[in-house]
Write a protein that binds this ligand. Structure first.
Ligand SMILES: *[C@@H]1O[C@H](CO)[C@@H](O)[C@H](O)[C@H]1NC(C)=O
Ligand SMILES: *[C@@H]1O[C@H](CO)[C@@H](O)[C@H](O)[C@H]1NC(C)=O
Length: 362
């Protein structure tokens, strides 16, 4: 069978349909007018015809939501702790524009939100490298309008974690006394293959700053929040040992917070600055791999940006004991020695040519 069709036959038939003496030029003009009509007036005409209203949420936001939902679900599956530590500004009415930037060299994740009603928010997140139980959130809210503005915060919260209980503690930060919440509960361990004792649990305790739901932004100025959060958890224990273990895990999480607050104190010696600098220095250090990757972005090959992203993902999932505060100097030296012993890195498989190892990030 032959599916190719004869264009001269088609035009001949078209001509016949549009009556005999419709010239090509007129036909073109007619089609052009129809096209312009469809392009400019068509959408609103059709909407008027079928009674649809304009889509409410803006298209890019919805698109972004759709892209991110699978990761959110994955995260839910993977993350058994139903505690949500991230503090955000809630949008009232019109949604914000939002972007996230991961800075590999400093190990800091930046997030920006611009709201249509005249204020914008910059967030910085990092899991502190020398104090591994500390999560830092720095939030800077800028109000460009010449009036005080109340905004609503989405504050750390528990969802569907029935064993969790909350208590309030007061902790000293510099000369101020601040209120913190201690959330403690148990999570079930996934039964592992070949292990009949699937009844084990871990005690998890989280300490987070207590925040008001609404804060008032200064006019024409910035408001800063520096929020620390600490977590400690036990080894897997039998469920009936929970009550006995709970107290000590809670105490360790609070102690971790006290140490973090001391390190991040404002005022004397600019401690907060040093606290952040220590984190960045470790990341600078971790990032020094000793090889250079070209900046080419050629198609269908393994490029430097892919390798950098992979390295970042791997490094951020592993602890760097050689830099942690609580690790003894002797142990650090031992780690340093074993790290410099790099013989054997370059034999066996050629990992750069292994396509499955370097899937695209999109
Ligand atoms: C919990 O705290 C103890 C005592 O400070 C510490 O040794 C342990 O590493 C901490 N555990 C975690 C998971 O941070
Ligand atoms: C990868 O990261 C290094 C920093 O260690 C940077 O110099 C280089 O330009 C990055 N490569 C690409 C392709 O982004």
């Amino acid at each position: 069978m032959n599916y190719k069709f004869d264009t001269s036959d088609l035009t001949r038939r078209l001509k016949r349909t549009f009556d005999v003496n419709l010239s090509y030029r007129k036909l073109f003009l007619l089609l052009f007018v129809v096209a312009v009509f469809l392009l400019y007036i068509g959408p609103s005409f059709l909407r008027w015809l079928f009674g649809h209203t304009e889509p409410m949420r803006d298209q890019p936001m919805r698109c972004m939501d759709d892209r991110l939902t699978p990761f959110y679900l994955q995260n839910l599956e993977y993350n058994p702790i139903h505690f949500h530590p991230i503090v955000s500004v809630a949008s009232s009415g019109q949604p914000a524009r939002e972007a996230t930037v991961v800075e590999y060299l400093t190990g800091i994740v930046h997030r920006f939100q611009c709201f249509p009603d005249g204020y914008h928010v910059s967030y910085q997140y990092y899991a502190h490298r020398t104090m591994p139980s500390v999560l830092v959130q720095e939030i800077q809210l800028t109000n460009t309008k010449n009036q005080l503005t109340d905004i609503e915060l989405i504050i750390p919260r528990i969802s569907d974690w029935p064993s969790a209980i909350v208590k309030n503690v007061k902790l000293q930060h510099g000369s101020a006394i601040l209120e913190y919440q201690v959330v403690t509960g148990m999570i079930d361990m996934l039964p592992t293959a070949g292990n009949a004792e699937d009844n084990k649990v871990r005690v998890v305790s989280i300490v987070a700053r207590k925040l008001p739901r609404v804060i008032t932004l200064k006019k024409r100025g910035t408001t800063k929040l520096e929020l620390l959060l600490t977590v400690n958890y036990s080894e897997p224990i039998a469920r009936d040992k929970y009550a006995a273990q709970k107290e000590s895990t809670e105490k360790q999480a609070i102690e971790a917070m006290n140490r973090a607050l001391l390190a991040a104190e404002h005022g004397e010696h600019n401690a907060y600055h040093n606290f952040k600098r220590d984190h960045i220095l470790v990341w600078n250090n971790l990032w020094e791999t000793g090889f250079h990757i070209s900046t080419s972005k050629a198609e269908n090959t393994l490029n430097g940006n892919n390798i950098n992203a992979t390295m970042y993902a791997v490094i951020s999932q592993a602890r760097a004991y050689e830099f942690e505060q609580s690790v003894t100097t002797a142990r650090k030296e031992e780690i340093a020695r074993s790290l410099t012993y790099a013989e054997g890195c370059y034999d066996s498989y050629h990992t750069l040519q292994a396509e499955n190892l370097w899937r695209p990030m999109a």
